[in-house]
Design a protein around this ligand. Structure first.
Ligand code: NAD
Ligand code: MG
Length: 404
């Protein structure tokens, strides 16, 4: 976060070149929507995507980036054919992603690839000292201490895009973002929508389908994060994310289920003041905040109608029906590679659920089993993290096969 390096208050209104990692996704498209509203401020330098070639071609024709990166060489070859009459250079693979994220002309990188695949290119942006807009929470969860150290070492500017963390960022004093004691913070109140199964009985959770899990009541998001929201693992990952970003511990972060998703999180101070950030559930608000920080720009989001809303509700999370929240807190306390193991097992279990190979209620079973088998080892290098991620995926796949 600015947190860590940038000179607070620098308002550079010159044209900024932006790379969007994960441009075809929900966050990527919302970022392009905000950028398109401000042609005098932002220019798209590079767009990247996994495999949606036609969509990427359409985005490239619209935003005319210098570079486009696809995950595979096959997808890149197809995109190159479609863009043969343009000046966009088409690259592929991790090398291409890292180049797009670290290029000297790039000012801001939106890290919006989903899952562990986002870690290496996000890290490339960090190491190149960019303004990094962090949507890809999995990267930070996997490698927390190493990632934050890389931010400091490179003098990068890390700004949280996850709506809750962006809310907390907005409620904290800029000069003490990573020093809660100095800021006078008593605790952080992390809000959660509760997901689509907030009121579903434990018995009924056994038979929920991927379509039901992806039908989030308030947010439109990619399928993986939608399932994470349904299991509350998303809140577990966000708990870990908050601890790293704001240099705090899980006992200082209390999850409040707030089904309206209007209060995006709160900070309570020692004098009893509670600051909250409110807004419609639209990711363009935190994205615009990160793109323009410390200035404010139009995000295309309308005014909040509190008269229409009338009431806000709050509940404690149900840890019995949604064990993932506690699994995440435990993994953070275990430390070392445990959060990377948790994340990898979750990615495997969620993919299996989305493919109809695993029951919804077996997602935490697979994660717990993987965590138990791979006790956290010291995470003193990224190589260790990548190896633990690989071992955890292998172990979790075995558990998925056993549960089918
Ligand atoms: P999404 O599935 O809609 O989009 C993911 C993007 O990543 C796509 O562009 C896809 O092509 C790309 N991608 C996927 N796998 C890849 C790979 N192996 N290599 C290269 N590119 C790959 O996901 P999303 O909902 O936009 O979420 C993106 C990230 O932002 C996630 O980490 C999520 O947790 C986080 N986030 C999302 C929201 C939201 O409202 N959608 C809110 C907060 C945080
Ligand atoms: Mg969130």
């Amino acid at each position: 976060m600015q947190t860590v390096s940038a000179e607070a208050g620098t308002a550079d209104s010159s044209l900024r070149q932006v790379t969007i990692l994960g441009a075809t996704g929900s966050i990527g498209l919302s970022t392009l929507d905000v950028i398109e509203r401000h042609p005098e401020r932002f220019r798209v330098f590079a767009l990247t995507a996994a495999c949606r070639v036609e969509e990427m071609a359409a985005l490239c024709r619209r935003f005319r980036p210098r570079m486009a990166v696809m995950a595979s060489t096959e997808a890149a070859d197809r995109l190159r054919d479609l863009l043969s009459n343009t000046s966009t250079e088409v690259l592929s693979g991790e090398e291409g992603l890292c180049l797009a994220a670290s290029h000297a002309e790039v000012h801001t990188v939106m890290a919006a690839i989903v899952g562990a695949a986002g870690l290496v290119p996000t890290l490339a942006a960090v190491r190149a000292g960019k303004r990094v807009l962090l949507a890809n929470k999995e990267a930070l969860v996997m490698s927390g201490a190493l990632f934050m150290q890389a931010v400091v070492d490179a003098g990068a500017e890390l700004l949280p895009i996850d709506s809750e963390h962006n809310a907390i960022f907005q409620c904290l004093p800029a000069e003490h973002l990573r020093d809660p004691a100095k800021a006078g913070v008593r605790r952080i109140l992390l809000t959660a929508s509760g997901g689509p199964f907030r009121q579903t009985s434990a018995a009924d959770l056994h038979s929920v389908t991927p379509e039901q899990a992806c039908a989030h009541p308030n947010w439109t998001m990619g399928r993986k994060i939608s399932v994470d929201s349904a299991t509350l693992m998303n809140k577990g990952l966000e708990l870990i994310e908050a601890c790293w970003l704001f240099n705090t511990s899980p006992d200082k972060v209390e999850v409040h289920v707030h089904p309206e998703s209007i209060i995006h999180s709160m900070v309570e101070y020692v004098d009893g003041s509670v600051l909250a950030q409110l807004g419609s559930p639209d990711m363009r608000t935190p994205i615009a905040n990160g793109l323009a920080w410390p200035e404010r720009i139009d995000a295309g989001v309308g005014s909040l109608d509190l008269f229409a809303l009338q009431k806000f509700h709050f509940e404690r999370p149900d840890f019995d029906r949604f064990p993932c929240l506690n699994l995440a807190a435990e993994a953070f306390k275990m430390g070392g590679s445990a959060p990377a193991v948790l994340n990898a097992a979750n990615e495997v279990a969620v993919a299996a659920f989305l493919e109809g190979r695993l029951r919804f209620t077996d997602i935490p079973v697979v994660i717990e089993g993987t965590l138990a088998a791979l006790a956290g080892v010291d995470a003193d290098s990224f190589e260790v993290i990548f190896e633990q991620d690989r071992l955890a995926r292998h172990h979790a796949e075995g558990l998925v096969r056993n549960r089918c």
